[in-house]
Write a protein that binds this ligand. Structure first.
Ligand code: SF4
Length: 141
């Protein structure tokens, strides 16, 4: 991928995330900042992201800290996210508030389709894989 294509993709992904964040805020979802959603073992889920999202995360948060546990999100430290600007769609859309469950499903589907469309529009290979594993891999670009 050329540097220009990569820059365009990152710009478009940032705009997509901003639109998603606005829609999430409009739902008035409740968050008590317990951090359980970032502790995958406790929450019982796996965070997936596309390679484009992983590349964007690297650009906005650097490499995964080596001291982090292999099965936890490496950016969850001292009960805080240290990848706030670069966190992937799954983090932005997921909240444990039961009243938000239906809205979450709709937002996740719609915005994931838009991420896929970004790949297609720029002819970029698409891979959707566990975030913690791929962020630890050698960058592909
Ligand atoms: S990137 Fe941030 S929000 Fe997402 S799981 Fe990791 S610590 Fe939590």
């Amino acid at each position: 991928m050329s540097a220009a294509t990569r820059a365009t993709l990152h710009q478009e992904l940032a705009a997509l995330y901003a639109a998603l964040d606005t829609e999430v805020r409009a739902t008035a979802v409740r968050c008590d900042l317990r951090g359980v959603c970032c502790d995958f073992e406790k929450a019982g889920h796996v965070l997936y992201a596309t390679d484009l999202e992983v590349d964007f995360a690297r650009d906005h948060g650097g490499a995964a800290p080596p001291e982090a546990a292999a099965d936890a999100c490496p950016f969850f430290q001292r009960n805080q996210c240290h990848l706030r600007e670069g966190r992937p769609l799954g983090c932005r859309v997921y909240f444990c508030d039961p009243a938000y469950a239906e809205a979450m499903h709709d937002l996740a589907e719609r915005y994931h389709r838009r991420v896929v469309a970004l790949h297609e529009a720029h002819g970029v290979a698409y891979r959707y894989a566990p975030f913690v594993r791929t962020i630890r891999e050698e960058p592909r670009t």
